[in-house]
Design a protein around this ligand. Structure first.
Ligand SMILES: [Zn+2]
Length: 243
């Protein structure tokens, strides 16, 4: 099991950790700030740094085969020499990439509030986010962009808390997604609340206030099938990224 520091504080960019295991899939740590791909949100990239300053690029983060396992996937061709069980590392995420995920992810919650239909697909990346709604009514791109801008400007606080599985069972309307079910079996479910706007189970990373979403607009509305409308989000203030 890896301690999931990103669940309690999405603003952490780095942590110290100990290497538990290294195999061809990647590196497992005792604790991490790296979010593993899940719930539609892409995994983090970043670096693992040894005490002697040797750095290992992490290209992606995935869940392992066992519950609670987090695998830091090294960049192709990376030589993991020096990364051995017991080694101390500093694990640091790619901050601009994560920031993009957090802004988009929080914006998808606003979209859920604006479009009162079940979600049957979700993908959140560094450059765009898309949400598929199970519905056949048309959606207006400009009105949705305006709705997101308004909710963002209203500066609603965003916070998470944990509820019991029994509490979730008593409030099934909380579950908006048909494609991603909240993880069961740990006795508690993480819910994300955007005060006065949206409340639903979610394990992802979000900004702390809707004002921090910035300029996110709907770039496309698509009819994917008779009962699916896809909404794609982009940054209106997207600048070329210098790496
Ligand atoms: Zn979320």
């Amino acid at each position: 099991m890896t301690e999931e520091l990103f669940r309690e504080d999405a603003t952490l960019l780095e942590c110290s950790a100990r290497v538990l295991a290294v195999d061809p899939d990647g590196v497992r740590l005792d604790r991490t700030v790296f979010y593993p791909q899940g719930g539609g949100q892409a995994g983090d990239a970043g670096v693992l740094r040894l005490a002697d300053d040797r750095e290992f690029a992490v290209a992606d983060t995935r869940k392992g085969a066992l519950p609670g396992e987090i695998v830091h996937v090294l960049a192709p061709g990376a030589n993991p020499d020096g990364l051995v069980p017991g080694a101390s590392v500093t694990a640091r995420i790619d901050a601009p990439r994560r920031r993009a995920h957090m802004r988009f992810h929080t914006a998808t919650h606003l979209l859920c509030a604006l479009v009162p239909h079940p979600v049957d697909g979700c993908s959140i990346t560094e450059r765009y986010a898309r949400l598929d709604f199970h519905m056949n009514e048309p959606l207006d791109k400009e009105l949705l962009s305006q709705g997101i801008a308004q909710l963002a400007a209203e500066a609603h606080p965003v916070r998470h808390r944990w509820i019991s599985e029994a509490e979730l069972d008593a409030n099934p309307q909380l579950v908006r997604s048909m494609s991603v079910m909240p993880p069961r079996g740990q006795g508690r479910i993480r819910v994300l609340e955007i005060e006065g706007v949206d409340l639903q189970p979610c394990g992802g990373t979000h900004v702390a206030n809707t004002a921090d979403i910035g300029a996110v607009v709907v770039t496309k509305v698509e009819k994917k099938s008779a009962m699916t409308r896809r909404v794609v989000l982009g940054f209106a203030d997207a600048a070329p990224r210098h790496v």
